[in-house]
Write a protein that binds this ligand. Structure first.
Ligand SMILES: [Zn+2]
Length: 554
């Protein structure tokens, strides 16, 4: 099947280094699901795209789309599906929802926006099987999941006992393989574990009350593990003290703790708070952006706050426990998971007239606009924690249109307006930069060589947007979306659902660790290690994963 996209303006920043001018008008051709060099051969389908913008499929590197906490969020937020019911006459009649959409609706809404790959950033080992079954039910998207480690008792015990790095690497490698993970996520390093020993905060150099391991040690040990195992994506860190005024110092200390090794810091907005002013809550975005700019080993995503109703769902029960009193509607769930991790679900409404919420909004935008290198900052709302992913088109307009941004700012809480630099920031993102933030950059930081670009050999995930000066309108409804060369969206509506794949990595590790892991599962876990392991045939209804190999970096 040969598909030809004729005469669109092709924004392909990842390909610019091959001498192909990004932004040039040219044809893009897909043969049997892969991009090929343009030909004159007869095509099975041809589209005239004069005046349209062509980009690679969008890649969201951090969005909570599957796993135990999202199922709990759906359970808790039935009003979400009443407020956003299924659309009459929609192609799939999917169950709807916005803050906690069903798996099916997740795939449909993402593909309408022009996204073709989304990563679930917080899969707990004990929930891995469920997370994979759920991801298989999301249509039109390739997925992958980051495994949460750091507060697990096995690792804490290894570290407390002074285990060598080799042994830790073997455990991390085994866990990645057993849970079919793509990367390692750390959530509040060791803090979720410390919470169970009655700690209510745990800063970078505070010791776990029981294991006496510090977050700094968890972080540096796991950074070393993924580096030595050759996992392409660096440690994906949700740092200490999320949401706490004054956490800016912790965030700066965390960057310094990397000593130049690669680290991805997620939802940085929630970690950029100072304590200045009479309300003891202020923006540290400028200080933090400066530190990010000076440290090329650091990449970040923002976790932008968007106003309106959402639900927050996090493995960081230490912070969710703090927030449960401000739940809106007033209900929440907190739970332990197999003694290894935890989960907190707290509904929340971000209000533009609230000082704190308005300043959070401004802090996120300050970070976007003050971090200079678009290859090291990614567009996220930490769906659904800062807001649903369906708000991305509005966020893109805020980044691209200074007048629009300042008009929004002028309607917010007055005190918050006085506490932000935003009105004086003149930067506007270009379309080219948006293509980097939402496609080319994520592909690069994730190590996905055949995604995020439109060079021959790339996957046939291609999106066409009708050029529109109103960028929110433009990005709300893709004109055409091709998934592996198949047309799945036309004029902003899903016209077909196809199955994606699940990306996993497979590091080499010392299998001698298995004797000890078997013993641990027999002693401490509710099932045997061999049953904990998720088999290939359990992924994607039997189709199995797409494996990215690891080359050890030593
Ligand atoms: Zn998140």
């Amino acid at each position: 099947m040969r598909v030809r996209l004729k005469g669109g303006r092709v924004l392909d920043p990842a390909n610019a280094e091959n001498g192909v001018a990004s932004g040039a008008v040219r044809d893009v051709e897909i043969l049997d699901g892969r991009i090929v060099a343009a030909t004159d051969l007869r095509a099975d389908a041809e589209y005239e795209l004069a005046g349209d913008i062509v980009m690679a499929g969008g890649i969201d590197m951090h969005s909570h789309i599957a796993g135990g906490k999202m199922n709990l969020a759906r359970l808790l937020m039935q009003e979400d599906r009443r407020a956003f019911p299924e659309l009459p006459g929609a192609f799939c009649g999917c169950g709807g929802g916005r803050a906690a959409p069903t798996a099916h609706a997740t795939g449909c809404r993402y593909s309408e926006l022009g996204y073709t790959t989304v990563f679930e950033p917080a899969m707990v080992g004990a929930n891995a099987r469920g997370a994979h079954l759920e991801m298989a039910d999301i249509p039109n998207l390739d997925t992958g999941a980051y495994l949460v480690l750091g507060s697990d008792d096995y690792l804490q015990r290894l570290m407390a006992a002074g285990a060598g790095q080799e042994q830790i690497n073997a455990y991390v490698g085994w866990m990645i393989e057993a849970t079919q993970a793509f990367a390692i996520k750390i959530v509040n390093p060791g803090g979720i574990n410390a919470f169970k020993f009655n700690a209510r905060k745990l800063d970078l150099d505070e010791a776990n009350p029981y294991y006496e391991v510090t977050p700094r040690r968890v972080l540096t040990t796991l950074i070393r593990a993924v580096t030595e195992l050759g996992v392409p994506h660096p440690i994906h860190l949700h740092g200490c003290n999320l949401g706490v005024p004054g956490n800016d110092e912790t965030t700066l200390a965390t960057i310094a703790a990397t000593e130049g090794r690669r680290l991805h810091m997620t939802h940085l907005q929630f970690h950029s708070y100072g304590t200045e002013g009479d309300r003891r809550f202020s923006s540290s975005a400028a200080r933090i952006a400066e530190m990010v700019n000076a440290n090329p080993n650091i990449s970040v995503d923002v976790g932008q706050v968007m106003f309106g109703q959402t639900v927050t769902a996090s493995a960081d029960y230490m912070s969710q426990y703090r927030n449960r009193g401000i739940a809106s509607p007033n209900k929440s769930i907190g739970m332990d998971i197999e003694l290894d991790a935890a989960c907190g679900v707290v509904p929340f409404e971000y209000k533009d007239k609230s000082f704190v919420n308005a300043l959070q909004w401004a802090i996120g935008l300050e970070l976007f606009l003050l971090v200079e290198d678009p290859w090291r900052v990614f567009l996220t709302t930490d769906h659904p924690n800062g807001g649903p992913f369906t708000t991305y088109p509005h966020l893109i307009r805020l980044l691209m249109d200074r007048d629009f941004r300042n008009a929004q700012l002028a309607t917010l809480n007055k005190a918050a307006q006085a506490h932000t630099l935003l009105a004086g920031i003149t930067r506007e993102y270009s379309l080219e930069e948006i293509a980097i933030l939402t496609r080319a950059g994520p592909a690069r930081i994730l190590g996905l060589a055949d995604k995020g670009h439109l060079a021959p050999g790339g996957v046939g995930d291609v999106v066409v947007y009708a050029e529109d000066a109103d960028r929110e309108a433009m990005f709300s409804q893709a004109r055409l979306v091709f998934k592996n060369g198949r047309l799945v969206v036309k004029d902003g509506a899903v016209v077909e659902t196809v199955s994606g794949t699940t990306h996993v990595v497979r590091p080499e590790f010392d299998r001698g660790i298995e004797t000890d892991i078997d013993r641990w599962f027999d002693e401490a876990v509710g099932l045997k290690a061999k049953h904990f392991r998720v088999q290939d045939h359990e992924l994607r209804h039997g189709a199995g994963p797409t494996v990215l190999t690891c080359e050890g970096v030593r």
